[in-house]
Design a protein around this ligand. Structure first.
Ligand code: FAD
Length: 317
């Protein structure tokens, strides 16, 4: 069944083509990730961040899909609003958690009606939280790879998937992480975005392992600007991402000074981004945490305005 992908965004290239065009022009693709707000005050913060970051003309922005389905309607509403009221290209996250296939098809239909042509197809964390055993809905899907097939079967969508430089917590090891990425590509995925990480070598190892198996998806590294020590510790624990001891030491030394913490986080993320782009990463995906400040500071420190205007060979400085 083809839903007939809508005309609202006709003329806007699918996300994987926009990434490929950026890479071909020698300019990094840039994307920003947001999450659905819980209340009106948080919604104001989100839209302020969206509007500020819109001026940086990202390649795409994405909106997460709540764990266990908690924010599904809000995710669809926000993604629709981004498609209708901004100049941004939205990528809608979608997970298999607790959803029969019919519901997944309905949500994809809602995204299509909203003018969304790109979906990040994810399995989602187990309903009991990361670390709990995964149980699929009896009429649902077991793996992201199955969701990629479902979405591709519904229309002409650009479908992204998750990748894990430090390994997925349930995977048997780096070979499986690379093999799963290849399986997602074979199912129809056209780009990948990674979990946040701090060691550039972890990204390069995953990219090289996947490439050695024949996976040529653009793998956009996810960068998390650290602005809060406790928060990043919690995220790292949930995702299984190692926090480098020297970074933790630097953050702990200034833990009582939020401005200094952000400065350390921005400096670390800038160094990581610099190395990744130098190593040929196709771009950077920023976990904005619905705030524009740290993301903008990293963007500027990396000279991305200039690099993206100027094309290849023009380094910041
Ligand atoms: P899968 O690819 O299905 O992998 C899950 C596990 O199963 C892995 O260990 C994998 O190795 C294994 N596996 C995969 N395929 C097979 C197979 N065929 N046979 C055997 N084993 C297999 N979560 C949300 O709830 N909402 C979001 O919006 C969201 N956004 C995210 C965005 C990004 C960029 C990333 C990196 C993660 C995001 N997550 C989100 C978290 C993600 O849903 C979890 O990390 C989840 O546990 C794994 O999702 P996946 O799509 O990689 O699943």
């Amino acid at each position: 069944m083809a839903l007939g992908v809508p005309s609202v965004r006709d003329g806007v290239p699918p996300v994987h083509e926009a990434i490929a065009a950026a890479v071909a022009a020698g300019t990094p693709a840039v994307s920003f990730e947001f999450f659905p707000p819980r209340d009106d005050a948080a919604a104001d913060r989100l839209w302020t961040a969206v509007r500020r970051l819109e001026s940086l003309q990202p390649t795409f922005v994405s909106v997460t899909y709540g764990a266990g389905g908690s924010t599904r309607d809000r995710t669809v509403r926000i993604t629709r609003r981004i498609a209708e009221e901004t100049t941004l290209t939205p990528v809608a996250h979608l997970t298999c958690v607790a959803s029969p296939r019919a519901e997944l098809r309905r949500v994809v239909g809602a995204y299509a009606d909203a003018g969304v042509r790109s979906v990040l197809a994810l399995r989602g964390d187990p309903p009991g939280g990361p670390g709990a055993p995964w149980t699929a809905h009896p009429d649902g899907l077991d793996h992201a790879e199955d969701l990629v097939r479902l979405v591709r079967g519904l229309g002409d969508f650009s479908v992204g998937v998750a990748a894990f430089p430090d390994g997925h917590p349930e995977s048997s090891g780096p070979d499986q992480d690379a093999q799963v990425l290849l399986a997602k590509q074979r199912a129809g995925a056209t780009f990948a975005v990674t979990q946040f990480f701090f060691d550039p070598a972890a990204y390069l190892r995953l990219r090289d392992r996947a490439a050695a198996r024949g996976c040529d998806l653009p793998i956009v590294p996810g960068v998390m600007p650290v602005t809060d020590v406790r928060q990043v510790r919690r995220f790292a624990e949930l995702s299984g991402t190692p926090l480098p001891a020297p970074l933790v030491d630097r953050l702990e030394r200034v833990a009582d000074d939020p401005v200094a913490v952000r400065a350390v986080g921005v400096e670390a993320a800038t160094a990581l981004g610099e190395r990744l782009l130098a190593e040929g990463a196709p771009g950077l995906h920023f976990y904005t945490l619905n705030s524009s400040t740290a993301t903008t500071e990293i963007y500027e420190a990396l000279g991305l305005s200039r690099r993206r205007r100027a094309g290849p060979g023009k380094m910041p400085g």
